[in-house]
Design a binder for this molecule. Structure first.
Ligand SMILES: Cc1cc2nc3c(=O)[nH]c(=O)nc-3n(C[C@H](O)[C@H](O)[C@H](O)COP(=O)(O)O)c2cc1C
Length: 245
């Protein structure tokens, strides 16, 4: 009888500790001039649980489409000519974000002259180096041009990113079908397993964890708790798992 009570208490304590563990989090960052990417992000919000950050150019009221997209063209040319110089990137409104809160970042990017729209490049120039080891998903909207240049921009600006493959390309004419395309893409990149988290302590008294690093080094063997692990991605019981503080 004593044993039963003791076991019951233990299970309760473990359940409480498990409930205190924090979910892996996703941040969606986007810029949108003519609202196609914004509509895509609205559709994405109905499918995943994520914080959303919209990038806004500091200079308001610019008509990027005037004179055959002249302003956008000048901005993209400046970045192409001098990609390492902060002065090449158009100013954006300050953003209030703590990237260490997130395990996965999904970018929503319009394509401008085969590159990533300049204001989103500014954000990544400022913050991309803080995204080491994070999962990076890329969604690109263009009228018709292919997206390899935008992918190259993302990889240049987030050198330590762990990019999800494939990126999702949604043409402007497909925007109204974004929901179905997003649903399919989330399956293809196995989004659910990317953001799956385990509690630090098992609620199942019989469950044990064996933990490896992604490079195959065994860290823990047959233990009930992963509490000593810092935030990161591990292979736990054979499955890629995010631990989030
Ligand atoms: C400055 C500028 C340049 C563009 N260049 C291209 C291009 O080279 N190829 C293309 O297919 N679409 C181009 N577009 C169209 C956008 O990629 C497309 O309309 C996209 O859906 C815009 O997304 P948004 O509505 O979220 O701003 C350009 C748009 C702008 C404003």
């Amino acid at each position: 009888m004593k044993t039963v009570i003791f076991r019951g208490c233990l299970i309760t304590i473990f359940a409480l500790l498990a409930a205190a563990s924090v979910q892996a989090k996703t941040l969606v960052v986007y810029y949108s001039y003519t609202n196609n990417v914004e509509r895509i992000v609205d559709a994405l919000r109905t499918k995943i649980d994520a914080d959303v950050l919209e990038i806004e150019p500091a200079q308001k009221g610019l008509d990027y489409a005037a004179d055959n997209y002249a302003i956008g063209s000048v901005q993209i040319a400046a970045i192409r000519n001098n990609p390492d110089d902060a002065a090449s990137y158009p100013a954006i409104d300050p953003v209030d974000v703590n990237l260490s809160d997130y395990d996965c970042i999904i970018l929503g990017a319009p394509l401008w002259w085969s590159n990533m729209a300049a204001p989103l490049q500014t954000f990544l120039f400022q913050y991309g180096k803080e995204m080491d080891g994070k999962k990076i998903g890329l969604i690109v909207s263009s009228a018709s041009s292919g997206i390899s240049g935008v992918e190259a921009d993302a990889k240049r600006l987030i050198p330590g990113g762990d990019f999800l493959s494939p990126s999702l390309w949604i043409r402007s004419s497909q925007t109204s079908n974004a929901g179905a395309m997003l649903g399919n893409w989330l399956k293809v990149i196995n989004y659910d397993s990317l953001t799956s988290v385990i509690s630090h302590i098992s609620t199942d008294p019989d469950e044990r964890y064996t933990v490896y690093t992604l490079s195959g080094i065994k860290l823990l063997s047959d233990v009930r708790s992963t509490a000593g692990l810092s935030s990161g991605v591990y292979i736990i019981n054979g499955k890629k798992t995010i631990i989030s503080e």
